[in-house]
Design a binder for this molecule. Structure first.
Ligand SMILES: Nc1ncnc2c1ncn2[C@@H]1O[C@H](COP(=O)(O)OP(=O)(O)OP(=O)(O)O)[C@@H](O)[C@H]1O
Ligand SMILES: [Mg+2]
Length: 215
C-alpha cells in the first residue's frame, strides 16, 4: 500500500498536469474524505477560486454520501433485511436505523467484498472542471424521475429551509434535502442547475455530474 504522503504528492502532480483524478470509496468513514478535501482545495487554488471550495466540497460530499447509501441499501436487500416489495416508508425506517450506527464500517467492508464501489472523478479541462460521482447500481425510471423532479423544483429556491417547507419528502432516506443543497450551493456561486445532472445506464451505473465553468 502506498503511504499517504506519496498520495498527496501524486494529487499535486495530477492537478499540475491536469490529469484525471479518481478516488474509490466504500464507506463514509474512509480516510478518502481527507484526500478529496485536499484535492478540491488544491484545484480551487490552482484556478484562483478559493471561494468555491466550500460549496464544491460540500456538494461532492453529499453526492458521495448518496452513492454510498444506495450501495448500502443494495446489501440490505441482498441480505433480506429489506425487500423490494416493502412499503417505501418501511424501507426508509430500516435504512435509517442501520445507517445511523457503527454499521457504516461493517457495511463498508461488505460493499468492498461485493465490489459495490463509489468512484469520485475530477477532470480538469481548460474551460471547466468536471466532477463525477459514480456508483455501480442502476436507478429505475421511477427513482430517476423523482430525482429529476426534486432537482428541478430546487432550482427555484435559494435556501433549503424554504424548499423543505414546500416539498418535504416522507420517502427520503435522510431529510431529502441533499440534492436541493447541491443545487442551491451551485446557485450560490452562479452555476445554473443545468450544470448538475443525475443519469443512469439502467444496468449497472448511476452518475451524478457537476460541471463548473471557468468563465
Ligand atoms: N446515487 C444514487 N443512487 C440511488 N439513489 C439516489 C442516488 N442519489 C440520490 N438518490 C435518491 O434520491 C433521493 C434524494 O436524495 P437527497 O440527497 O436529496 O435526499 P436524502 O439523501 O434522502 O436525504 P439527505 O441528503 O437530506 O440526508 C434519495 O432518497 C435517494 O432515493
Ligand atoms: Mg442525500
Amino acid at each position: 500500500m502506498m503511504d499517504d504522503r506519496h498520495i498527496y504528492t501524486e494529487i499535486d502532480k495530477a492537478i499540475e498536469n491536469k490529469c484525471d483524478i479518481v478516488f474509490i470509496s466504500y464507506s463514509m468513514l474512509d480516510e478518502t474524505d481527507e484526500k478529496i478535501r485536499y484535492t478540491v482545495q488544491r484545484i480551487m487554488e490552482k484556478y484562483d477560486r478559493e471561494d468555491w471550495f466550500t460549496p464544491v466540497f460540500s456538494a461532492v460530499k453529499e453526492l458521495t454520501a448518496n452513492a454510498l447509501k444506495a450501495n448500502a441499501k443494495k446489501i440490505l436487500i441482498d441480505e433480506g433485511i429489506i425487500k423490494e416489495t416493502d412499503p417505501i416508508l418501511e424501507v426508509v425506517k430500516k435504512l435509517r436505523t442501520i445507517l445511523n450506527e457503527r454499521a457504516v464500517l461493517e457495511y463498508g467492508i461488505k460493499k468492498k467484498k461485493k465490489a459495490l464501489s463509489t468512484r469520485i472523478y475530477f477532470r480538469l479541462q481548460p474551460d471547466r472542471i468536471i466532477i463525477k460521482v459514480i456508483n455501480n447500481l442502476p436507478l429505475d425510471d421511477f427513482e430517476l424521475k423523482r430525482i429529476h423532479e426534486r432537482v428541478k423544483l430546487s432550482s427555484k429556491y435559494d435556501s433549503i429551509a424554504e424548499f423543505f417547507m414546500d416539498y418535504p419528502d416522507p420517502a427520503a432516506e435522510g431529510m431529502g434535502l441533499g440534492l436541493c443543497m447541491v443545487v442551491t450551493l451551485l446557485k450560490s456561486i452562479n452555476i445554473d442547475y443545468s450544470n448538475f445532472s443525475i443519469t443512469t445506464d439502467g444496468i449497472g451505473k448511476t452518475c451524478a455530474e457537476m460541471t463548473i465553468p471557468l468563465n
